[in-house]
Ligand binder design. Structure first.
Ligand SMILES: [Zn+2]
Length: 247
């Protein structure tokens, strides 16, 4: 009997190891707008946002945000020192956002998104981990909105093992299918460097304070807090100013 149990245990272990080796992705829907995904992290180009990259597990969220809130992404995955080193830009789990005016975007829509993502100051709705907008230095209406997604502890420039998102990601097509699978993670345009000349602050305008979000009770009952201590602690950004490291 013990041998059988051991065999099963070993088989399970082998499966885990295989998942690690292939970077396999496991997603679990925790709530209508909350998905937990372990494995499969990779920095990829964002379709329709030349030069911008993100952890591929957020692509479905990004697509939804673009469609619904007409966002224009000014930065995603980035090792630029203007971003907090311990924040989510260097691990591809943050977006800096302004309105996509050409597609009908507006600050009104961005404010709506900010208010939805963070109904009360510093109490973001899961899966968001930190939201930078009105009331946060270097962020806000007329400046930019920062969204960070919750994740397990990780290191600088290394995809987090576990990520929380609004929508479950589309699993990547397994390798060996000719490589031309309809993988949304694959940047359509792999040429690097083009249009990447943006400078921080080029869009910066004076923050007039904007509209203060009215507190709205969070629905769903799942807050980043209730996801437990698997989450890395929030890392607020000071808007282009890297916080001094406390070590
Ligand atoms: Zn940011």
């Amino acid at each position: 009997m013990r041998t059988a149990a051991l065999t099963i245990a070993l088989a399970a272990l082998a499966l885990v190891a295989a998942n690690f080796a292939t970077g396999a992705m496991r997603s679990e829907k925790l709530a209508p707008r909350l998905c937990e995904t372990t494995g499969g992290g990779r920095f990829v180009g964002i379709p329709g946002s030349p030069g911008e990259r993100i952890d591929r597990r957020l692509l479905n969220d990004v697509r939804m945000l673009k469609r619904k809130y007409k966002i224009f992404i000014t930065d995603g995955y980035s090792l630029d020192p203007v971003h907090s080193r311990n924040g989510e830009h260097p691990i591809g789990l943050a977006l800096d956002i302004v309105p996509d005016i050409r597609r009908g975007g507006s600050w009104k829509l961005i404010s709506k998104l900010a208010k939805w993502a963070e109904p009360r100051q510093n109490r973001p709705r899961a899966p968001f981990r930190w939201v930078g907008y009105n009331g946060d230095p270097g962020h806000g209406r007329g400046h930019h909105l920062h969204l960070s997604w919750s994740h397990s502890e990780t290191r600088y420039n290394k995809p987090a093992r576990t990520v929380y998102s609004l929508r479950c990601p589309t699993p990547a097509k397994p390798k060996g299918d000719g490589g031309k699978a309809n993988d949304p993670a694959k940047p359509k345009n792999t040429k690097k460097g083009q249009g990447k000349s943006k400078k921080k602050g080029k869009r910066q305008r004076k923050n007039h304070g904007g509209v203060k979000a009215t507190p709205v009770p969070a629905t769903g009952g799942i807050t980043p807090r209730s996801l437990g201590r698997r989450l890395a602690p929030p890392q607020p950004e000071t808007g282009g100013v890297t916080l001094p490291q406390s070590r």
